[in-house]
Design a protein around this ligand. Structure first.
Ligand SMILES: *Cc1c(COP(=O)(O)O)cnc(C)c1O
Length: 371
């Protein structure tokens, strides 16, 4: 089956008794036992599992071509689950431009529990020099946030395999429509489903998808069930519903992002545009090889500094100034101020989550804001 068909059918379990075409929302927290004490449908209590969560996990696993998927209440809860399954003292290697929420989580909540280094993992010499006997995990995020840097997934996997290190990939920016990390050898994919999966800026969620049902996966399932950072049946329902249109929404985001980046690149008030779909992007060639499309996220630097960048934002009418990404509406933000004082993001950089409005309206809006 192709991915458009999977998105629509893999998560929809129609109700046999009512003949409803769409799966109902099962709000019940508990499920009836048979006379012999058994649970014929396999459901006992909703923290352990729920029909809507099962449906969501089924479609997530299929979209990423994984063996299984686990849904969480946020992307950070999914990330936290990964770190909680590592033996105390394990060393993890993360990119220096890792999503700031997870970087802060590791630095704040795992200090003294895990060892960690934030490095330029795209530099092979730097990466190999940081591998130690207790290194258990390499975390990658590509395209990265907010610089849209591309990591060569196959290259990292090759290095990791030689040292028996697991690789996890935050695939939030690319989505499975744009990139299939498990097919490139990654062990585990992580998502903030708050972004493109939800797609309408109205729910929080996270996901992990595994290449194999191994010992590590068993521990991940234990943290999910015992830790209880699970999404509600409502959120699972809405996510499964939104995922049905994910492949077509992503096409629209990619189409608009390519045209917007080409427009910005030619503009005299723009210093630089970061979009993997531009031939000027330093890793355009790797992006072309490992991605199925170049995604809907771009960043650009306005000539000048923080004030010039903020002026542009404040003159925009259709672009909304807000953090987050992946929704149908275009969002723009001054990333350095979101990330706080330890940010390495240039102060003239604006990050755009390109939405599904008509591209002519988006270009007209940014054109008047830059004039
Ligand atoms: C938003 C985001 C996260 C965290 O997800 P939440 O749903 O906000 O907890 C992790 N990684 C990336 C790349 C993100 O954009």
């Amino acid at each position: 089956m192709k991915i458009e068909t999977i998105a629509i059918h893999a998560g929809n379990h129609a109700d046999g008794s009512s003949k409803a075409v769409i799966q109902p929302i099962t709000l019940s927290t508990t499920f009836t036992r048979e006379a012999d004490g058994s649970f014929p449908a396999g459901y006992i209590y909703s923290r352990s599992s729920n029909p809507n969560r099962t449906s969501l996990e089924n479609v997530l696993a299929r979209l990423e071509s994984g063996a299984d998927a686990a849904a969480f209440s946020s992307g950070n809860a999914a990330g936290m689950t990964v770190f909680q399954t590592l033996k105390p003292g394990t060393h993890i290697i993360c990119p220096d431009d890792m999503y700031h929420g997870l970087r802060n989580q590791i630095k704040t909540l795992f200090a003294g529990i895990l060892e960690f280094d934030f490095i330029d993992i795209n530099d092979t010499a730097v990466l190999t020099s940081h591998i130690k006997s207790n290194t258990g995990l390499i975390w990658i995020e590509t395209p990265s946030n907010p610089l849209l840097k591309i990591t060569d997934i196959k290259k990292i996997v090759e290095i990791a395999r030689k040292h028996h290190i697991k690789v996890a990939c935050d695939n939030t920016f690319a989505t499975p429509i744009g990139q299939q990390p498990l097919a490139l050898g990654v062990d585990l994919v992580m998502h903030s489903s708050t972004k493109y999966f939800g797609g309408h800026s109205d729910l929080m969620g996270g996901a992990l998808i595994t290449a194999e049902k191994n010992e590590w996966w068993t521990k991940i399932r234990q943290v999910q069930e015992m830790g209880g950072a699970i999404p509600s049946p409502m959120d699972c329902y809405f996510l499964t519903r939104s995922i049905k249109t994910l492949p077509y929404r992503v096409r629209g985001h990619v189409y608009n992002a390519q045209l917007l980046s080409e427009y910005l690149q030619k503009h005299s008030k723009i210093e630089k545009v970061m979009y993997p779909g531009l031939p000027s992007h330093p890793q355009h060639k790797i992006a072309k090889e490992q991605m199925l499309n170049f995604g809907g996220m771009l960043s650009f630097c306005v000539k000048g500094g923080s004030d010039e960048a903020r002026n542009v934002i404040n003159k925009l009418n259709i672009f909304t100034q807000a953090t987050s990404l992946g929704g149908v509406e275009t969002l723009i933000e001054h990333r350095a101020s979101v990330e706080g004082p330890d940010t390495k993001t240039p102060h003239n950089l604006l990050r755009v989550s390109v939405g599904l409005e008509h591209i002519d309206d988006l270009i007209a809006d940014i054109s008047q804001a830059l004039s």
